[in-house]
Write a protein that binds this ligand. Sequence first.
Ligand SMILES: [Zn+2]
Length: 285
Amino acid sequence: MDIPEVKIAVIGGSAVMGVDFPGALDGVEVHEEGVVYGTPFGPSAPFTTAGIDGIEFLYVPFHGITQEIRNVEPDSAGERLFYVLMKAGVTKIIGTALCGSTNRLLDPTDVVIPDGFVDYTTKRPQSLTRSLKRKDVEVESTMYRLHQPFCPSLSGLLVEGSRNAGFPRVFSRGIVGVAEGPRLESPSEISLRYTQQGIDVVTMNLVPEVFFAREIGACYAALELISNYGEGLVSREWSGHDAFGNFLDRWSPPAAEAILYALRNMDVEDDSCGCSRYRWKTIIE
Ligand SMILES: [Zn+2]
């Protein structure tokens, strides 16, 4: 299947798993579902191509991870996913995930639109360019900085969208710690690696998408929905069902609405956010 030219992508995550995204949402027209693209790393996860108010976007569920495609190197979900987004010419990306609070002021159902991240992962790809070169794919070499890793324009739309969608508390900044997983953290890890380091929430799949977006020259913002307290932070009184079952039935629909608000209101041609200033071509191969 040929990769279509599309400017906008939504990378789904656990936060919208309680709703049939995007087809079940008002105003969305799904063109095709289950579309698998060939990549140098193997077949992609199944994509959905869709439009809202005539604005076309690509959607992939759960960070491009499937039973067959893992989030670790080699040939990881991130490498496959971002090859497709690069070939599509995507310039604006919205990501989303559930997360645990590691800041004692934050509670489940709070939304954080982050402005910073710290990468604690150990097995994720760090450069799409290098991964492609290992597959003998010709690709322009770029360098980038991670100043302003999250696009302020897209983040602002997610803040507005989350408030309009009815979340009780929406925070317009916060630092995400990204854990390797797949296990959850111990109380000591939450305390020593996250809370005491000033990390607000912990999640698992913001990496590599936050910096692969910069690498392909796209703006990126994320909606982080707190589903549970970090272990030992406040209370032990939560179960997987509370955090992921009933919780998603209630809170995935407004998370989806917040993302659709951002899609409806973004200007794909606008680069006044300045994100593109932090990436440049390099002469070093
Ligand atoms: Zn931007």
